[in-house]
Design a protein around this ligand. Structure first.
Ligand code: ZN
Ligand code: ZN
Length: 160
């Protein structure tokens, strides 16, 4: 996960990025994430702008039904490498690295982008029906016996 400034052509090129991160969120959060994708590299005027959308995926637990599934999410990435000191007035929208030549290690920057992009709500599918609040059955696999959610369960004990 590095950009070789000495071998990056002038103008636009692409950099394939692939790697694995341990985000360390703990046992019930997302932890191990694979990342991949291509970044667009614009190398001109003493600066090199890397930009693109990577894809991250890793094993996660559904917030609604608690099933394990593979979560995929997009990771927006942007990094400016300034190769000479004449560009200090850049709009500092993207993180900036100062380096004239050689290899730029992207690992930490990509990791930060992944951490920012992790979805707050993680569902196995957008329409996951979750678990029945009464009996705990997985409602994705079919309806449980608790059909009449607004009927007080005590009514069931009354004789006809
Ligand atoms: Zn689910
Ligand atoms: Zn139920």
């Amino acid at each position: 996960m590095r950009l070789d400034l000495d071998r990056t052509p002038g103008g636009r090129s692409f950099l394939a990025v692939q790697g694995q991160f341990d985000l360390g969120f703990g046992a019930d959060g997302l932890s191990l994430v694979e990342i991949g994708g291509d970044l667009c590299v614009d190398n001109l005027d003493g600066r090199c702008l890397l930009r693109g959308e990577l894809t991250a995926e890793g094993p996660a637990t559904c917030d609604r039904c608690l099933a394990g599934f593979t979560l995929r999410f997009p990771v927006a990435f942007e990094l400016m490498v300034l190769r000479d000191a004449g560009h200090e007035d850049e709009d500092a929208d993207s993180p900036i690295v100062h380096q004239r030549s050689g290899l730029v290690d992207l690992h930490e920057n990509v990791r930060e982008a992944v951490v920012l992009a992790v979805p707050q709500v993680r569902l196995c599918r957008p329409d996951c029906r979750g678990l029945c609040s009464r009996c705990g059955a997985d409602r994705n696999t079919g309806d449980c016996q608790c059909r009449d959610d607004d009927v007080d369960p005590r009514w069931h004990d009354l004789p006809d």
